[in-house]
Design a protein around this ligand. Structure first.
Ligand SMILES: *Cc1c(COP(=O)(O)O)cnc(C)c1O
Length: 359
């Protein structure tokens, strides 16, 4: 078997130990003589998985009892519409802080359902910084404030929690479970699974229970958080396989010391990579130092004529999916929880050797 180091932004690399468990489980799961994909989501074997996933996640993140944990569908993108539908009326104003393409997309969705106030917008510098919070132009009575704690494309991460009274709605798709947070700082947290949780197909939503009551009338059943909260997320058939893998990933995290231990590893991985980039004139990263992402590290080659060669030679060395997003160019290394430290060290060594050869 030959595994590569996969720096894909998502769907992203999964822990090898989890993949091995899946391979072992598939033909005869839990002594049922069936795979997990072939059993009823309402049967006792699967409901045990679902409950274990929620309990483990609650423990990992310290989710308080007055918050619901929901396993939704439709990706983070659907949450961009569900947030306004569940939290605001058509005449309400909602605040959005745009620090990257995902936040901009979320604001676009919200604009279909309520009044959007753009409190801050970093597009003037190509999403390479977070505007100072004191300069944000927030609405007085905003129903909520939406932020994207980690912008996956430009590699910009919040290392602070904004203040104010409005509940914060946070799209944590690409940095959930990467370090400890205080869930109480947020009204709603949502995250697509395919970066730090498991395969695509599930969207995790953590919502403070009092906010469930704000849902606007006549919202389609499946677009209400309440329908998931009232049914243990089994209002219809859930993506059972993804849910099962998410449970394995949560357990994998717990076995390795939880998010506290992950935070240390993630800090080491990202600071070593940024240090290597900053120490060279051959590579650069345009993001302001106080908001660099620990999960997605874009870097540009001084000579973009070498991009194709870099991608070819890195792939040949077993380092794949390093091509940057077209809006940023260059390269991007996504180094989520499941990327081992050796993967990052191998990349750094490859980059030094490439620079020696072509610099
Ligand atoms: C990947 C990503 C999304 C899109 O997620 P889907 O599950 O494809 O809808 C949204 N927001 C952020 C921050 C992301 O990284």
């Amino acid at each position: 078997m030959s595994r590569v180091y996969n720096f894909s932004p998502g769907p992203a690399t999964l822990p090898l130990e989890v993949l091995e468990t899946i391979r072992n489980d598939i033909p005869d799961w839990c002594g049922t003589g069936m795979s997990v994909m072939e059993v009823s989501h309402r049967g006792k074997d699967f409901t045990k998985v679902a409950a274990h996933a929620e309990a483990t996640l609650r423990e990992l993140m310290g989710v308080p009892d007055d918050y619901s944990v929901l396993f939704c569908q439709g990706g983070a993108t659907l949450q961009m519409a569900m947030a306004p539908l569940n939290l605001a009326g058509p005449d309400d104003t909602v605040d959005y802080v745009l620090t990257g393409s995902w936040g901009k997309k979320a604001a676009g969705e919200a604009g279909k359902f309520c009044k959007v106030n753009i409190a801050a917008d970093a597009s003037d510098r190509n999403f390479t910084y977070i505007p100072d919070e004191s300069a944000w132009a927030r609405a007085d009575d905003a129903a909520y404030l939406h932020i994207t704690p980690n912008e996956t494309i430009a590699g910009v991460e919040f290392h602070f929690v904004p203040g104010g009274d409005a509940p914060i709605v946070a799209d944590m798709s690409s940095n959930i479970l990467s370090r400890p947070i205080d869930v109480r700082d947020y009204g709603v947290i949502y995250a697509g699974a395919q970066k730090n949780i498991g395969p695509a197909g599930i969207t995790l939503v953590i919502v403070r229970n009092d906010l469930l009551e704000r849902v606007r009338p006549n919202t389609p059943h499946l677009l209400t958080w309440k329908s998931y909260a009232d049914s243990d997320s089994m209002t219809n058939t859930p993506p059972t396989f993804t849910w099962y893998v998410a449970d394995l990933v949560f357990q994998w995290l717990k076995d390795r010391g939880g998010v506290e231990a992950m935070a240390e590893v993630n800090q080491r991985k990202s600071s070593r990579l940024y240090a290597a980039i900053d120490a060279s004139d051959f590579y650069s990263n345009p993001v302001a130092e106080d908001c660099r992402s620990r999960m997605n590290v874009p870097f540009i080659l001084a000579d973009d004529g070498l991009d194709a060669t870099f991608l070819e030679e890195s792939a040949a060395a077993g380092l794949v999916n390093l091509k940057g997003h077209r809006s940023v160019g260059g390269m991007r290394a996504s180094i989520y929880n499941a990327m081992p430290e050796e993967g990052v060290d191998t990349l750094i060594a490859f980059m030094a050797e490439f620079e020696r050869k072509y610099g």
